[in-house]
Design a protein around this ligand. Structure first.
Ligand code: ADP
Ligand code: MG
Length: 345
């Protein structure tokens, strides 16, 4: 299993336009690690630097304490899976998977064993002799995955591998990829802009914005306790509440005086917190953190209902599963638990 250490990596394609600002990251052996961020934030650039396809301007990369920054791609044992599969259309499934092994001069019997094992792992054994154009998108992506796995990579790199698949297939493949990484004890770095994908699959994730890593955490921690506004909104719906923390410890907001767990020990001044819509409780009485709000809108999604409220001119979104009947225009009491209000930087 491979530990990956990224230290001070920077990259600009054009002078004065940094795509990666000094970036540090350490991925644990056997971890399924996600780089999550909007399009253009530099995720693929970082992945390509790890694969040796793009040269960084500065910084270093180590696999298990061995510096590989200057090594050519074929010496790194990092296998990459791309969004568009990048398979050879004129070769059979078997030959596509065997390709990397043939290039590195493996024995025929060894190649056969590895190809069969890789095809079995992705449930494509019975398609070995098929041509690529006769396969569906999902099957092609399985072959691309098998090809990457066949070379027994030290590091598996996946760049938006499921973006071209429909929603149902994406769901299945998420579970499959996770199963394979765990079964093979692979260290994998997976790039996506899809928060559901990252939250549901990752052991840990790094949220990126404009060439900078904003937060590295487990999915649960990053979702429940984001450190800044960008991470909070990128990972899900969030209500932001701004206010002034007074020297006596009172947090004055447009919704009234509120209390949140993270404000103790903070200096007086501007204080912004966020609360997830599903953490606000409707109709719960409390001496503190209770806000009167008018219900203005409703949207039912099946598994839950999203309510929009207005309180002192501010919008508050609340999500409830199995919601009771509620009337637009009526006033409700909303309870914002102090532990669910997360202070942002
Ligand atoms: P992401 O994968 O997060 O969408 P990329 O790493 O592909 O982001 O791109 C980051 C930025 O670098 C974008 O502004 C993109 O236009 C630019 N970029 C990527 N590759 C090149 C290249 N080969 N030449 C010039 N600019 C590039
Ligand atoms: Mg990309």
């Amino acid at each position: 299993m491979t530990r990956v250490e990224i230290s001070g990596i920077t990259k600009s394609y054009q002078p004065g336009v940094p795509v990666l600002k000094p970036l540090n990251l350490s991925v644990k052996p056997g971890e399924l690690f996600f780089l999550l961020g909007p399009s253009g934030c530099g995720k693929s650039t970082l992945l390509r630097i790890l694969a040796g396809l793009v040269e960084p301007d500065s910084g270093s990369i180590r696999f298990n304490d061995v510096e590989i920054t200057k090594l050519p791609p074929e010496k790194r044992r990092a296998a990459m899976v791309f969004q568009n599969y990048a398979l050879w259309p004129h070769l059979s499934v078997y030959e596509n998977v065997a390709f990397g092994l043939r290039v590195s001069g493996e024995k025929k019997s060894e190649i056969d064993r590895e190809v069969k094992a890789a095809l079995e792992l992705v449930h494509m054994s019975e398609y070995a002799s098929r041509r690529i154009p006769s396969l569906s998108g999902g099957q092609q992506q399985r072959v691309a995955l098998a090809r990457a796995l066949a070379v027994k990579p030290a590091l598996l790199l996946l760049d938006e591998p499921l973006s071209n698949l429909d929603a149902r297939l994406r769901d299945t493949m998420r579970r499959e990829i996770r199963r394979i990484c765990v079964e093979r004890k692979l260290t994998a770095i997976y790039v996506t802009h899809d928060r559901q994908e990252a939250l549901s699959m990752a052991d840990r994730l790094a949220v990126m914005d404009q060439g900078v890593i904003c937060q590295i955490d487990t999915p649960e921690k990053a979702y429940n306790a984001p450190t800044d506004k960008f991470v909070a909104s990128f990972l899900g719906d969030a209500n932001f509440i701004e206010g002034e923390l007074k020297p006596d410890g009172v947090w004055q907001t447009a919704l009234g005086n509120l209390s949140c767990d993270g404000m103790t020990g903070k200096l007086a001044g501007k204080l912004v917190a966020m609360i997830r819509p599903e953490r606000i409780r409707i109709g719960v009485e409390s001496k503190m953190n209770a806000v009167n709000a008018v219900l203005t809108n409703r949207s039912f999604t099946g598994e839950s209902c999203e309510w929009e409220f207005e309180a002192s001119g501010r919008k508050l979104v609340v999500v409830e599963s199995a919601p009771p009947e509620r009337k637009i225009g009526e006033t409700y009491l909303l309870y914002l638990p102090p532990e669910a209000l997360i202070v942002l930087q």
